[in-house]
Design a binder for this molecule. Structure first.
Ligand code: SAH
Length: 372
C-alpha cells in the first residue's frame, strides 16, 4: 500500500507530559521535553536547526517528523485605546480572533477555544456564525505564542501578556480535551509560567465541565450568568434548559468547596429593559447567597442585527448599588476595543472572503505537499 502524506506532529500544542511521551516514542530521553518547551514557548523558536543544545542528529530527526507551526495572521487591528485584535488563520480556512487588552498594570489576552460556538446565546455575535469546530491545543496555545512573540517586537510599546482569559469565541468547557493541555502550558514555568489566578476560564454554565475543572488544577472560574431566574436565563442562554440555575449553582458550590473557598466571578451582561432592573439585582443577590464571589457587570455591546440595547449608565449604577449593598464586590467592565469590534461578544472571526479562504486553503495544501 502506498504511504499517504506524512502528517507532521505540531509540537506547539503538546504540554510537558505530551512532549515526554512523544520523545519516548522517538526513542529519545524524556528530558528533551524541557528543552523543547523553552525553545518553543520562551524563546519563540520554530526552527529545529536553531535549537543548539540538541544534537545535529536529533534536530534532523525532529525536522523530518515534527514541526512547530504557529497560526498565520490574516489581519491585525489596533484600537485607539491600545487594544489589538488579530484574526488568525487555522486549518481548513477557519479563522479565530484573539484580543490583547493593555491596562496600566497588566496585559490581558482574550483567547478563543472553538471556531464559532454552539450555545446560541441570544446577545452574542459569535452565535450568529454557528459552530464550526473545536480548536486543537496547538491552535489554542498558538494564539498565546503569537501574541507573546508579536508584543516582544516592541511595535506596541513595552507590553506583555500577564493574564489570559478564555473569553473569546467558543465555550472552553465543551473542548476540555484541548483546553487542559493548553492550561498546563500556560502554567508550566518552562513555558508561560502564569500563576493560576492569572488564567480565567469563562463558561456559559457547562456543569460537568465545571466539575471536571474542579477535579484538576486550580484556575480562576468565571460563570456567565446574565439572569437570576430560569425563565429569563433560558431566553438569553439556551444552555440553561440543559443545566438550570439550581444545577449550575450547586456546581459552583462544589467548585468553591474543592478549591478552598476560591471566589467565582459571575459575568452579567447588562441589557436595557431585559435583565437590568432592581428586581433582577435583588434576585441575583438571593441566588448568590453566601457564595464567595464577585460580580462583573458588562454593558451589552451591540452588533449588527441585534434587537438588544445596552443598559443606561443609571441602570448599571443602580444595579451595582444593590449588589454592593449586599456585600458582593461588583465591578463594571470597561468596554475596550469597540472601535475595532474587539469588545466582549463581538468576535466573529468570519472575515475571510471567498478569495482569502481559497488562498489560505491552497497555502495549507502546498505546505502539506511539501512535508509529504
Ligand atoms: N462561552 C464562554 C466564553 C465566551 S463569551 C462564556 O459564555 O462565558 C465571554 C463573555 O462575553 C461571556 O460572559 C458572554 O456572555 C459575554 N458576551 C457575549 N456577547 C456579549 C455582548 N454582545 N455584549 C457583552 N457581553 C457579551
Amino acid at each position: 500500500m502506498a504511504a499517504g502524506p506524512a502528517i507532521k506532529t505540531n509540537l506547539i500544542g503538546l504540554d510537558q507530559a505530551g512532549l515526554e511521551g512523544y520523545f519516548a516514542e522517538l526513542g529519545e530521553k524524556p528530558y528533551r521535553a524541557r528543552q523543547l518547551l523553552q525553545w518553543i514557548h520562551q524563546r519563540g523558536v520554530t526552527d529545529f536547526e536553531q535549537m543548539t543544545d540538541l544534537s545535529r542528529n536529533l534536530r534532523e530527526k525532529l525536522a523530518s517528523v515534527a514541526e512547530i507551526v504557529p497560526p498565520r495572521v490574516i489581519r491585525e487591528q489596533c484600537s485607539a485605546d491600545g487594544t489589538v485584535k488579530w484574526l488568525l488563520s487555522e486549518a481548513g480556512g477557519s479563522a479565530v480572533e484573539t484580543v490583547f487588552i493593555p491596562e496600566e498594570t497588566r496585559g490581558t489576552l482574550c483567547i478563543s477555544s472553538q471556531v464559532g460556538c454552539m450555545l446560541n446565546c441570544t446577545f452574542c455575535s459569535t452565535a450568529t456564525q454557528g459552530f464550526k469546530r473545536n480548536l486543537s491545543s496547538a491552535e489554542i496555545i498558538g494564539q498565546v505564542w503569537h501574541a507573546v512573540n508579536t508584543l516582544a517586537d516592541g511595535r506596541f510599546g513595552d507590553r506583555k501578556v500577564t493574564n489570559i482569559v478564555f473569553m473569546g469565541m467558543g465555550e472552553p468547557l465543551l473542548n476540555l480535551d484541548a483546553v487542559i493541555p493548553a492550561l498546563a502550558l500556560l502554567r508550566n514555568d518552562l513555558a508561560y509560567g502564569l500563576a493560576s489566578r492569572r488564567v480565567t476560564i469563562s463558561t456559559a454554565g457547562v456543569v460537568p465541565g465545571i466539575d471536571q475543572l474542579a477535579d484538576g488544577e486550580e484556575f480562576a472560574l468565571a460563570v456567565s450568568l446574565h439572569a437570576p431566574t430560569d425563565e429569563l436565563r433560558e431566553r438569553l442562554v439556551p444552555l440553561n434548559r440543559k443545566y438550570p440555575l439550581e444545577a449550575l449553582m450547586a456546581a459552583c458550590q462544589r467548585f468553591v468547596r474543592v478549591h478552598h473557598r476560591r471566589s467565582i466571578t459571575f459575568e452579567y451582561t447588562m441589557i436595557n429593559g431585559v435583565n437590568d432592573g432592581r428586581a433582577q439585582a435583588k434576585g441575583l443577590v438571593r441566588l448568590l447567597n453566601g457564595l464567595p464571589c464577585k460580580i462583573n457587570l458588562i454593558p451589552f455591546n451591540p452588533f449588527p442585527g441585534t434587537p438588544f440595547q445596552p443598559s443606561t449608565d443609571e441602570a448599571i449604577y443602580e444595579f451595582q448599588k444593590i449588589t454592593r449593598a449586599a456585600g458582593i464586590i461588583t465591578t463594571v467592565r470597561k468596554t475596550r476595543g469597540d472601535d475595532i469590534d474587539a469588545a466582549c461578544g463581538q468576535l466573529v472571526g468570519q472575515l475571510l472572503s471567498p478569495s482569502e479562504r481559497r488562498r489560505v486553503v491552497q497555502e495549507q495544501l502546498a505546505r502539506q505537499a511539501l512535508t509529504a
